[in-house]
Design a protein around this ligand. Structure first.
Ligand SMILES: Cc1ncc(COP(=O)(O)O)c(C=O)c1O
Length: 454
C-alpha cells in the first residue's frame, strides 16, 4: 500500500506529540497509539497516511453531507475568497450572508424570521440560551432564570451549553459548580424505531411520559426561560431516538407555561433523519432553532440561531433603552462559510439530495436489520440516515467494562477494514454522508457484522 506521508513523518508526529492537544482525548494514550494521519478526503472516503481508503461512517463528526472535496462547494469557496474573505459583521453586511438567510428562510417554519450567525454548534446554543433569557427579562419575566432540558441531552462544550446538557457523565459533571440552573426530565426511547420493535404496553408508557412532562412543567414551568431539546434523536447520548408525540407535548407545555422552545438541530439538521429538519416530522415549530455542522455541507465552521419574530421584537427599541443583543464573534457570518453554505443549499435544490438520502436510509435499514440478530448486538434502531445499536459481550450479554476500552479497540480494528466508526460508549452507530452509495453502506454493515465478537 502506497504511503502518502512525507519521509520525515516520524519527526512531524513527534511535533504533534510535543505540542498538540486533541479533543476528547486522554493524551497519554497517544504515547502508545498515535493519532492516525489523514491526507485526503474524496467523496465518502477519507484517505489515511498509509494509503488506506476508509468510508467516513460518521461524516467526520456528523458534518459532511455531499461527500468530501465536493467541487461545487470548493468552487464557491474559491470564488468567494477572490472577492471578500472576511469583514466584521457589526455595522456591515454582505451578499453571502443575506443570500444564505433568504435561502434558509424559505425552508423554515414561518414563525422563524430572524437569524443570528455564529461559528459552531455550541455557540449557536449559547446564543439561543442568552436570547431566550434576555427576551423573557425584557418582557418583564424576571423570575425566568432557569432552563429546562432532556436528560441525556448534549448541546456542546462551552459552559452554557454544558449547563443544559447531561450532567451525569464524566465529561461534564466536574463543571457542575460553574453551570446555569437547569432542570431535566427524562423521555423514553421510541420502540417504533427499533428494527425488532417491542410495542406491548407502549401506549401506556407514552401516556406516562406525557404525564411526567406535565408534572415537570407544573413544578418548574414558571421559572423556565426556555426548554431545549434535540428533536427525535439525542446524538451524543448514543443515538437515543425518542417519540415525536413527546416533542408535540413539549411544544404545548411551553406554550401553556410561557416558556420558549429551543430545538437544537445541530446534528439532526440537513437531512440526517430523512427530512431536511427533524422537527417537521413532529409538526412542531420551535421559537429558537440551532443549526451548524451540515450547514456548510461540512466544509467550514458556521452556525445559525433562528429566532421567532416575537423574540426579536423583545430586543427592539431605542439605543438608550439598552435592549440590544450584545453578543458577537470575530468570525460572525464569515463570507467564505456563508458562500459554501449557499452552495450546499443549491445542491439540495438542484440535485435529488434528499431522495438519495432516503435511498441510503432504506439500504441502511435493510442492512441494519441483518445485523440486529448478531449475538453482540442489542436494540438495533434506525431513523433516516442514522442507524445505531448497543454492543454487548456476546458471552454474558452485559456491556463491555469501560476499562476494556472495547469501543476504542473496535474503532481501530474496523479502520483496518476500510471503515471509520467511533462508538459512543456501548453505542455503535453509522451516520454516513448523505451522498454515500447504498452499496457502500451494505459493505460497511457487512464489515461490522464480521468484526463484532461472536
Ligand atoms: C445536538 C448538538 N448540539 C450541539 C453540538 C455542539 O456542536 P459543536 O461541536 O460544533 O460545538 C453538537 C455536537 O456534536 C450536537 O450534537
Amino acid at each position: 500500500m502506497a504511503s502518502f506521508l512525507p519521509p520525515d513523518w516520524p519527526a512531524r508526529l513527534a511535533l504533534d506529540r510535543a505540542h498538540l492537544w486533541h479533543p476528547f482525548t486522554q493524551m497519554k494514550e497517544h504515547e502508545a497509539d498515535p493519532p492516525v494521519p489523514v491526507v485526503a478526503g474524496e467523496g465518502c472516503d477519507l484517505v489515511l497516511g498509509d494509503g488506506r481508503r476508509v468510508l467516513d461512517g460518521i461524516s467526520s463528526w456528523w458534518t459532511c453531507l455531499h461527500g468530501h472535496g465536493h467541487p461545487r462547494l470548493l468552487g464557491a469557496l474559491e470564488r468567494q475568497g477572490a472577492r471578500l474573505d472576511h469583514a466584521m459583521f457589526a455595522g456591515f453586511t454582505h451578499e453571502p450572508a443575506i443570500e444564505l438567510a433568504a435561502r434558509l428562510r424559505r425552508r423554515l417554519p414561518p414563525r422563524l424570521t430572524r437569524c443570528f450567525f455564529s461559528d459552531d454548534g455550541s455557540t449557536s446554543v449559547e446564543v439561543a440560551l442568552k436570547m431566550a433569557f434576555q427576551a423573557q427579562l425584557q418582557r418583564g419575566q424576571r423570575d425566568r432564570t432557569r432552563f429546562g432540558a432532556l436528560q441525556g441531552g448534549y448541546h456542546g462544550d462551552t459552559l452554557g451549553a454544558v449547563g443544559v446538557g447531561e450532567l451525569d457523565n464524566f465529561m461534564t459533571g466536574i463543571f457542575r459548580p460553574l453551570l446555569l440552573a437547569c432542570a431535566r426530565v427524562a423521555v423514553p426511547e421510541d420502540p417504533r424505531r427499533q428494527v425488532l420493535p417491542e410495542l406491548e404496553g407502549w401506549e401506556v408508557r407514552l401516556e406516562d411520559a406525557r404525564a411526567d412532562l406535565r408534572a415537570f412543567f407544573g413544578e418548574h414551568g414558571a421559572h423556565l426561560a426556555a426548554f431545549i431539546a434535540e428533536p427525535l434523536v439525542q446524538g451524543a447520548a448514543g443515538m437515543r431516538m425518542w417519540p415525536p408525540e413527546l416533542l408535540q407535548e413539549l411544544r404545548a407545555l411551553c406554550d401553556a407555561h410561557g416558556v420558549y422552545l429551543i430545538l437544537d438541530e445541530v446534528m439532526t439538521g440537513f437531512g440526517r433523519t430523512g427530512t431536511l429538519f427533524a422537527h417537521t416530522q413532529a409538526g412542531v415549530d420551535p421559537d429558537l432553532l440551532c443549526l451548524s455542522k451540515g450547514l456548510t455541507g461540512g466544509l467550514l465552521p458556521l452556525a445559525l440561531t433562528w429566532a421567532s419574530e416575537d423574540i426579536y421584537q423583545a430586543f427592539w427599541g431605542d439605543y438608550t433603552e439598552g435592549r440590544a443583543f450584545l453578543h458577537g464573534h470575530s468570525f460572525t457570518a464569515n463570507p467564505l462559510a456563508c458562500a459554501v453554505a449557499c452552495a450546499s443549499l443549491s445542491l439540495f435544490d438542484e440535485e435529488p439530495v434528499l431522495a438519495r438520502a432516503q435511498e441510503l436510509g432504506t439500504a441502511l435499514r435493510a442492512s441494519w436489520s441483518g445485523l440486529a440478530g448478531h449475538p453482540a448486538v442489542r436494540d438495533a434502531r434506525h431513523l433516516g440516515c442514522i442507524a445505531a445499536c448497543r454492543i454487548v459481550d456476546p458471552r454474558t450479554g452485559a456491556p463491555h467494562p469501560p476499562e476494556a476500552r472495547f469501543p476504542w479497540r473496535f474503532h481501530r480494528k474496523v479502520l483496518d477494514h476500510g471503515l471509520l466508526v467511533r462508538p459512543i460508549g456501548d453505542c455503535l452507530y453509522l451516520l454516513p454522508p448523505l451522498a454515500t452509495p447504498p452499496g457502500r453502506i451494505r459493505e460497511a454493515v457487512e464489515v461490522l457484522g464480521r468484526l463484532l465478537p461472536n
